[in-house]
Design a protein around this ligand. Structure first.
Ligand code: GTP
Ligand code: ZN
Length: 347
């Protein structure tokens, strides 16, 4: 038996509803992509689970996408995405690999021990801003730390508007502070290094409903149980947790805009530097150096910003280089093919 979920249980919200015309509301079926396979996508609609074979007529879709289907289950159109997480794919013609979409909130998970790193939190913030989602920093393992409050203050100092919460993953009730982001119509994801407590947090968020995993409980049209890895989980508060392996391995590439947003204070200073190509070292009229001397920003944050900017510039540049090499190689192959064709014709 296929389990039936309502649209709101699957994360449907006014953002998607308002994209539908009156005609579309009555004639098409909204469905959410919950898993990707080599030959097909797995979707969930109010009528249960469906398969959508990959064809050239369908745009590149990813886990979390909302689409409209014709009555016969074929693809009609993709709804505009609220947020999109992607990775620059290497070694193929495809320059961008989609990882997940339509995530409202990402929990940046970091534990209050050796893993704690403001630099890493800033890195994740840039990524999440670039994708168009909101971030909440979740500090785990407070029971292993003498003074969780001091760490909380350090994170809050990055940005007074940043959401920061402390959660002991081993105590399910302590995850309650995250409930405001886990309500109906909200989709959340969890990011963080290995061992910080992501799985523990996921279990705490799912509470009693751990068994209610759409993909894990689903069966295909013929009633056979499918072995899809779990990606879409329903939370007791009504929200959806999207847990795809790709999200856990996100890299920082091409996210200049996200960096500027995550470091809005430094970006604002840079605008005031006298020279537009200021390197913020010892140039006259450098607003960044002045702010540093006046202790308005700290050296760690500035160094991290410059490092991340260099890193993303390097990654984007090497991708551009690689793409150029691929194109050159393509031209070479084509010219060789043309030559051999000409020779065949001539012989
Ligand atoms: N004391 C304490 N231990 C915790 C807490 N959260 C997680 N742990 C423990 O930390 C270890 C790692 O937790 P996981 O949830 O597996 O970490 P993860 O981030 O999912 O790790 P990966 O699967 O490697 O990415 C486990 O032994 C957990 O029991 C916490 O708040 N307090
Ligand atoms: Zn400067």
């Amino acid at each position: 038996m296929t389990t039936i979920y309502s649209l709101s249980q699957l994360g449907w919200s006014p953002f998607f509803q308002q994209q539908l015309s009156l005609e579309e509301c009555t004639q098409y079926l909204p469905a959410r992509v919950i898993a990707q396979h080599r030959s097909h996508l797995e979707l969930y609609s109010e009528q249960g689970q469906r398969r959508l074979p990959h064809t050239s007529k369908i745009p590149a879709l990813t886990v979390g996408d909302w689409v409209l289907l014709h009555e016969d289950g074929t693809f009609y159109r993709l709804l505009e995405r609220l947020s999109r997480f992607s990775r620059k794919a290497s070694g193929s013609k495809v320059s961008e690999q989609l990882i997940a979409s339509n995530i409202d909130t990402v929990f940046i998970t970091t534990s209050l021990n050796q893993d704690f790193s403001l630099n890493r939190i800033e890195r994740y913030l840039a990524l999440i801003k670039e994708a168009g989602a909101d971030a909440v920093v979740v500090l785990t393992k407070p029971d292993l730390c003498d003074d969780p409050g001091s760490y909380l203050q350090q994170v809050q100092a990055l940005d007074p508007l940043l959401m920061v919460e402390v959660v002991n993953g081993l105590d399910v009730s302590s995850a309650k502070v995250l409930l405001p982001w886990c309500r109906s119509g909200n989709s959340v994801a969890v990011l963080g290094s290995s061992g910080v407590g992501k799985s523990t947090l996921v279990n705490a968020l799912l509470g009693e409903s751990t068994q209610q995993t759409a993909a894990a409980r689903s069966a295909d049209d013929k009633g056979r149980h499918t072995t899809t890895s779990r990606t879409l989980h329903l939370m007791p508060g009504g929200g959806v947790l999207l847990d795809t392996p790709g999200m856990r391995e996100l890299q920082l590439t091409d996210c200049e805009a996200g960096l500027e947003e995550a470091f809005a204070d430094i970006s604002a200073l840079i605008e005031q530097c006298r020279y537009s190509d200021c390197q913020h070292n010892s140039e006259p009229g450098c607003a960044v150096q002045s702010a540093l001397k006046a202790s308005q920003i700290d050296q760690r944050r500035l160094s991290n910003y410059l490092k991340l900017m260099r890193e993303q510039a390097h990654n984007s540049a090497s991708l551009a280089e690689k793409r150029e090499k691929d194109r050159a190689l393509g031209r070479f192959y084509r010219s060789v093919q043309n030559e051999s064709r000409k020779r065949k014709k001539g012989s």
